[in-house]
Design a protein around this ligand. Structure first.
Ligand SMILES: NC(=O)c1ccc[n+]([C@@H]2O[C@H](COP(=O)([O-])OP(=O)(O)OC[C@H]3O[C@@H](n4cnc5c(N)ncnc54)[C@H](O)[C@@H]3O)[C@@H](O)[C@H]2O)c1
Length: 356
């Protein structure tokens, strides 16, 4: 399969690139290389003859048209996005531009390219849009989001992803573009920019700084190891039904406080503090994120029943391997932060203290 990826230098995208190459697919990766990305992330893959990349903005219609013309992909895996909820609170503009306008521009280019295909090439072409469970809004203590749950996004990030999902759906219904959407829960693993919860906990703990947990730490997220997500996406792009949506989740629900405790336990084991205390002693509660969704949890039975996908990694083992990866890859963290981000609090909405 010839894959056109967007956002392949980011956290999940790079895992998908690795999976594609391991499976023998060729990849052309279009990435703007924002603050959240680094060429270093795919340094090993850069020499693989199956891999090529173009530094470009998905909003640039002319470049996107020429990328399709030259790459002639069998499938698009669209992951490029602005992704940090806290940043979307402080500075939503980039989320509207990349996530909504960028998706529109990519859909237009994909549609023009697909319309010009013939026979099997046309029938087999797929556009996979990668989205999030956050579009569904927030749950109470009970219940699960299904693919039929109405969208009620609460953060600018979630609203921008929801908008993009609606555009993709409409390009399928209106123009027949063979598109599929996946909505996935929180991912964790290597190469995640150190502003997201798990790498923040690891970095703060290792630096001997307070580990900030929003509110009382009781907000619940479902955690999926990034390589399992990558496998799910390949399964969907190969065997999913066009026009459909698939939830991708693990059923591993944890409160943010539990996440912090588990990461600290792994650190206590892998890199104990010199004073003998637990890293968890550094957990500190800070002001909550404005509009902080209480709980996300997915019913992922459709992808399991229809496509046979299930996560292969256990939460505890994958979490431990992730902690180990961050310990062993301090230089990657330092380089990607590179003065752009110093672990400061983000998500200050109009001067109000905000999220984690
Ligand atoms: N991280 C999660 O837990 C999670 C969960 C569910 C869904 N998702 C979705 O998966 C996708 C990837 O998320 P991630 O966590 O890897 O994000 P990330 O922030 O690590 O990476 C995003 C990538 O997109 C690129 N990019 C951003 N704007 C671009 C533009 N205008 N043109 C071209 N490239 C651009 C960045 O340079 C980066 O490589 C996103 O669409 C996100 O909404 C993420």
């Amino acid at each position: 399969m010839k894959v056109l990826m967007t956002g392949g230098m980011g956290f999940i995208g790079s895992a998908v690139v690795r999976r594609c190459l391991a499976d023998g697919h060729s990849v052309v990766n279009v990435d703007k290389v924002t603050y959240a990305a680094s060429e270093e992330t795919l340094a090993t893959e850069a020499i693989n003859p199956l891999y090529g990349w173009i530094q470009a903005d998905i909003c640039d219609a002319e470049i996107m048209n020429s990328v399709f013309k030259n790459a002639r992909p069998d499938a698009v895996l669209h992951l490029a996005a602005e992704t940090h909820v806290d940043r979307s609170i402080g500075e939503p503009a980039a989320f509207i531009t990349t996530n909504i306008v960028g998706t529109y521009s990519l859909l237009e280019a994909a549609h023009a390219y697909w319309a010009g295909l013939l026979g099997a090439e046309k029938d087999e072409f797929r556009f996979l849009h990668v989205s999030t469970d956050e579009v569904y809004g927030s749950l109470g203590a009970e219940g699960l989001f299904t693919e039929k749950t109405a969208y009620t996004p609460n953060s600018p990030y979630a609203a921008s992803k929801a908008s993009a999902d609606h555009l993709v759906r409409s390009w399928n219904r209106t123009y027949g573009l063979p598109a599929i959407i996946t909505n996935c829960s929180n991912n964790f693993g290597p190469f995640q920019f150190p502003e997201k919860l798990i790498p923040v906990i690891i970095m703060k703990a290792r630096n001997g700084e307070p580990i900030p947990i929003y509110g009382d730490g009781s907000n619940v997220r479902e955690w999926l190891f990034v390589d399992d997500h990558a496998e799910a996406l390949l399964q969907v792009v190969r065997n999913g039904k066009t026009g459909e949506t698939y939830n991708v989740g693990s059923s591993d629900e944890l409160t943010n406080l539990d996440v912090a405790r588990r990461v600290c336990e792994a650190l206590d084991d892998l890199e104990p503090r010199l004073d003998g205390a637990s890293h968890a002693d550094r957990i500190t509660f800070v002001d909550d994120r404005p509009g902080h969704d209480f709980r996300y949890a997915l019913d992922a039975s459709k992808i399991a029943n229809e496509l046979g996908w299930q996560p292969r990694h256990s939460l505890d083992e994958a979490l431990r391997e992730t902690v180990r990866w961050y310990i062993e890859n301090e230089t990657w963290c330092t380089n990607i932060m590179d003065g752009n981000y110093r672990g400061e609090r983000l998500g200050l909405a109009h001067g109000l203290a905000g999220g984690n």
